[in-house]
Design a protein around this ligand. Sequence first.
Ligand code: CO
Ligand code: ZN
Length: 331
Amino acid sequence: MKDLIQKLTETFSPSGYEHDIRQVIRNEAEPLVDEIKVDALGNLIARKGKLGKNGKRIMLAGHMDEIGLIATHIDENGFVRFSGIGGLYPHTLFSGRVRFVNGLTGVIGGERIADVSKTLSISQLFIDVGATSAKDCPIKTGDVAAFDRPFFDMGRRMVAKAMDDRVGCAVMIEALRNLKSSPNEIYFVFTTQEEVGLRGAATSAFGIDPEIGISLDVTGTGDTPKARKMDVGLGRGPAIKIKDGGMLSDVRVVQWMIRTAEKAKLPYQREVLEAGTTDATAIQVTRAGVPVGCISIPCRYIHSPSEMVDTNDVDNATKLLVALLSAPITL
Ligand code: CO
Ligand code: ZN
């Protein structure tokens, strides 16, 4: 599982440029499923099982894309100004390294500020790719980059860029490996463009027309010094989402998840996330509406180059997902 998470997090695929990560995931998933295809927005849709009696059509969504940076213009000295693809926090950026999808690398520098206790805004930062003029700068306006940071195994904990949401993708792949039989028709959807507005989930949900939707994604924690108060911590189990910034989980789905976790004796946490949301939000309001929920992997330092998760939470999220999918579902 760690090897898989390393492979997934070390691939560079910001929103809209999911080609590389899609290929990596496809190689893992294709031998495990009955059918696999890519839709018009680039979502990778893998079906396992056929609708039997007592079965339901279920859509799982984990997003393949990661937050990134996009060149907005190149100045006369060859410095690349940029803005975010998805939510970037400026205080995590200065002196960081980035890799463009064409393979070129750069380091993030910043303008001088008189008061060093202040953070630079994104408009005061730039990417230095080693160019000396606009002419010899290999980066063009519109070129896209992602954080460049290797995966880091701390034993019980793992750190990487793009843990959001490659860890969710890893849980789905691992669940595919461990799912023996199911009465359900399950669509494992590795979605595109989540970080810019849940766009891949919206179109794939419309196409699949599921009876139940579940997203697999990271959530914040309240267990670091002076953190925002939140009743989720690393190592205390996967979080069953009750509410986030964009969605109220379907109460029946929440109850089904809690029942299943308790029956399987798996640790779980009750999650209320005040800001941020997941693909489940888009699934919930597709067509005439879908009951949805979300299994969250607790994660520190989300949207930074060093996102941290706990190995046990990842394993228990996988076990919970497999338990949910294995049996007939009555909401
Ligand atoms: Co995110
Ligand atoms: Zn995410």
